[in-house]
Design a binder for this molecule. Sequence first.
Ligand SMILES: *Cc1c(COP(=O)(O)O)cnc(C)c1O
Length: 405
Amino acid sequence: MNTFEAELQSRLAEIRAAGLWRGLHRVDSAQGPVIECQGRTLTNFSSNDYLGLANHPALKVAAIQAVEQLGAGAGASRLICGSLAPFHELEEALAAFKGTEAALTFSTGYATAVGTITALMGKDGIIILDKLVHASIVDAAKLSGAKLRVFAHNDLNDLEDILKWSAKTRSEKSQVLVVTESIFSMDGDAAPLRGIVALKEQHNAWLMVDEAHATGLYGAQRRGLAEQLGVSDRIEIQMGTLGKALGASGGYICGSRALIDFLINRARSFIFSTAPVPAAAGAATAALKLVQSDEGQQRTEQLWSRATELNSALRIPHSAIPSAIRPIMLGDASAAVAVAGRLREQGIFVPAIRYPTVARGAARLRITVTAEHTPDQIQALTRALQPLLHHSSPSPHGPASACST
Ligand SMILES: *Cc1c(COP(=O)(O)O)cnc(C)c1O
């Protein structure tokens, strides 16, 4: 074996030994509450397709129409070969949906975070992140060259201390950017956005909020958690994704016209990347229409009913802000994989989430419910889960004990 292969084999062996091995499971059906995976039918509690739109006829028709009118591929980046109409329609719909002056879409949420943060911030700046923000934000912050500070998860006192420190440290031209998610991707809890907005205003910082897991779900018009908490207008940079509740693919920034013009000129992941396929834009535009309709309202209500049923069965206390994401903390990576494996044997797909997606020692099952699950499917999940949790080792991180009733 040459040294390249030998080196990789040794690294892979380390990954396996740590219980952190990941492999791809081929799926031969569309996203939905039931999937066909490697010859088996599984009830699916792993998807971020919270409203069940990924396989919705309205999105499929819109995607097909976009392909028929504009083809399968985009040809080049939007600044090079012209910017296809479906992206303009999508961005107008997004700005109207979010109530902002303008919007810009990117090929993925990951590219959105990387392009936006590195465009706005440089080595003179200070970026302050919640401890649990998504990897795309962490990577973007590192790549920007700005000074990084991390505040304890959802801890306003810690954020305030860091903002005070940054006020003393910053030079005249240095900007301070605070970044948080609204609903956290792996914990399902909500950021105290009102408190964060108040603090960033007191300390003259900018705020970017990633609504990846909230867009389409929260607020009277389902714009996201910022709408529900009445702070949308006070957030400079509103980010979200199109591939979760909206069932399509891509990421977006909503904000002022100046912000969007600046990103078009400076966001490298936008400039130096081929535009997404027209089908993605068509599907996302249809999804925005759908979430704002009566059907969108009904689907959201169904989602919260399923989430409530899951929580009651697991005896998890009611929280003021509901969530479709329910982590079951197990701590140890191998324990999480073992419990996920036992569920799979019973025809239930719940992913084990491990390092580096979450911190070492914070491995968990991540259950996600969707509007399309039935109450029976939730019951089957909790029936299968109870004995498994009872026998797994208790974790210092909480909910497992609440579940192993
Ligand atoms: C999924 C996710 C992203 C990345 O979005 P993609 O479109 O999947 O690249 C960014 N931020 C958060 C919080 C996410 O959960």
